[in-house]
Design a protein around this ligand. Structure first.
Ligand code: ADP
Ligand code: GLC
Length: 510
């Protein structure tokens, strides 16, 4: 079975959030189950600048955008050395500092950039040969299933391809003014509520949710929540209509990247059976981030995109009182909206000895915070899955979370009577509920229960295998004809001689 995954980010090539972690890990987990996976990404400038070795293929994609035919180049590289990755090259769209924009806002031509990418995916598949499944992630790739369905005559070799659309976050839909419609080269009759129209605008994600054969999202609870008015962001009706095609599959963790037993970024290694090194990680974090070194003071960590979704409004209400009342420390790493960066800056100025803030994207520091904190705080208003709370479990950092989406599905409330549970959850999204929940955690900090909670979390297993199996079952359901041993039509840059023959056909020297 051959599955092509298309997305706008993937570890280690380009990352703004958890989508990249998923694309870095799920293909490998599927490969372990015998699936042939190929990944398609935009060729962001940052990828070649970071020194990944890429080969330029002798393929010129022809992409219709409005009344122009643009050309796209194709670069080939690999993920984990065995998974072919194709990068769609178009300097005018992807040779920029950011993936989607700058701190002050989105790039103004995102409608065109991702219309181009959406067109480039089927155009590439025409060259490579039809896979059994095209699996698209989020709004940036959601036009690909639309083009396959509504412009099928342009892609005759892809007629049998089945499509899966995964929603990683319904808060980001790719909404654009109707004046952009001509970019898509689709008949105006599809600019209706049944297809891509959404309250007078174009909605790329909606297109994918209508057109794809199967829909998934990243936790079972979120799959239910997005069918409600509260968290459906206007798409709840469509998602309810398609509920029999919609599946919630929990994300997993790549324990090769997120594991205190061999994490290269942290000060000392440790494990559930030998947790002593965690203290050295705490002191190292306090030093690194500029907090007083104090092994006994509870240290709360946050690593987050700075976005409304992540609960900063609650934090603004709760943090000052908590810091006044308790001898505790807070280490925060984030990047995103300026408004939250300013808020954190103000808090830092008020509590310089208790609160440290780093604005920026800093992978080593993200690992140090996971390892060095006692508590990991995720008060997200909503959270499709969330990965940091699952990483925290393995690092013995006890999660305090809002009981929503994947946070609800991955964290079990600690029960003093039975000694079971891995963290603390609050149900209603209010400052008082968050405060009470933090108080519950702080009450137990330093008590004999604390090592038990930590150990429960460290022993939990959220590896990708189970989730990958669920994706494979889904693929099989929509492509019962695809056998696992069926070979790939074509791949490139993979070290397998048979595959290289195919790839060589189209290779040009850089
Ligand atoms: P989301 O995808 O909504 O941002 P997730 O919890 O699924 O949330 O994933 C976030 C991922 O991005 C994690 O791997 C986290 O460590 C990483 N991350 C978020 N912000 C930063 C940052 N400022 N620096 C480094 N890594 C970050
Ligand atoms: C999104 C969600 C996050 C999820 C990630 C990966 O960015 O906000 O909850 O874990 O995608 O699926």
């Amino acid at each position: 079975m051959h599955v092509v995954m298309a997305a706008a980010e993937a570890v280690p090539f380009a990352k703004t959030g958890g989508l990249a972690d998923v694309l870095g890990a799920l293909p490998r987990a599927l490969q372990r189950l015998g699936v042939d996976v190929t990944v398609v990404l935009p060729a962001y400038a940052v990828i070649s600048r970071r020194g990944f070795s890429v080969q330029r293929l002798d393929i010129e994609l022809e992409i219709p955008i409005a009344n122009r035919i643009l050309t796209g180049g194709v670069l080939a590289t690999t993920l984990h050395e065995t998974i072919p990755v194709y990068l769609i090259e178009a300097e005018q769209y992807f040779d920029r500092a950011g993936l989607y924009g700058t701190p002050s806002g989105d790039y103004p031509d995102n409608a065109e950039r991702f219309a181009f990418f959406g067109r480039a995916i089927p155009a590439l598949l025409q060259h490579l040969g039809a896979p059994h499944i095209l699996h698209c992630h989020d709004w940036q790739t959601a036009l690909a299933p639309v083009f396959l369905r509504l412009d099928a005559a342009r892609y005759p070799s892809l007629v049998g391809v089945k499509t899966v659309q995964t929603v990683h976050n319904l808060g980001y839909q790719g909404l654009f003014e109707r004046t952009h419609w001509p970019l898509l080269n689709l008949d105006w009759r599809y600019f209706t509520a049944d297809w891509l129209e959404f309250y007078g605008r174009i909605n790329y994600l909606k297109g994918g949710l209508v057109a794809a054969d199967a829909l998934t999202t990243v936790s079972p609870t979120y799959a239910r929540e997005i069918q409600t008015r509260e968290l459906g962001y206007g798409l709840e009706g469509l998602l309810r209509q398609r509920r029999s095609d919609l599946l919630g599959i929990l994300n997993g963790v790549d324990y090769r990247d997120w594991n205190p037993e061999h994490d290269p970024f942290i000060a000392a290694r440790y494990s559930a059976n030998d947790p002593a090194g965690k203290l050295a990680c705490k002191v190292d974090l306090q030093q690194t981030i500029g907090l007083p070194c104090s092994p006994k003071t509870p240290l709360i960590g946050i690593v987050s995109r700075l976005a409304a979704q992540k609960g900063f409004d609650l934090l603004a209400e709760v943090v000052p009182a908590m810091l006044q009342r308790h001898n505790l420390q807070l280490a925060i790493l984030g990047t995103g909206d300026d408004q939250y960066a300013r808020l954190l800056g103000d808090l830092r100025a008020q509590f310089p000895r208790q609160l440290a803030v780093r604005i920026g994207f800093d992978e080593p520091l993200a690992h140090k915070i996971e390892a060095g904190s006692d508590i990991f705080l995720m008060p997200s208003r909503y959270e499709p899955c969330g990965l940091n709370q699952i990483y925290s479990l393995r690092y013995g950092t006890v999660p305090v979370v809002h009981a929503t989406g994947g946070l609800e599905d991955t964290i079990a409330e600690f029960d003093h009577e039975t000694g079971s549970g891995t963290g603390f959850k609050f149900k209603s999204y209010t400052a008082s509920a968050l405060r009470a929940c933090l108080e519950r955690a702080l009450d137990l900090y330093g008590s004999p229960d604390w090592p038990t909670i930590r150990r429960n979390g460290m022993r939990a297993d959220f590896s990708w295998d189970r989730s990958a199996q669920a994706y494979m079952d889904l693929y099989r359901r929509i492509r019962p004809d695809a056998s696992l041993t069926e070979s790939l039509p074509i791949t490139a840059g993979c070290g397998n001689p048979e595959r290289q023959d195919h790839a060589g056909r189209g290779r040009r020297t850089p």
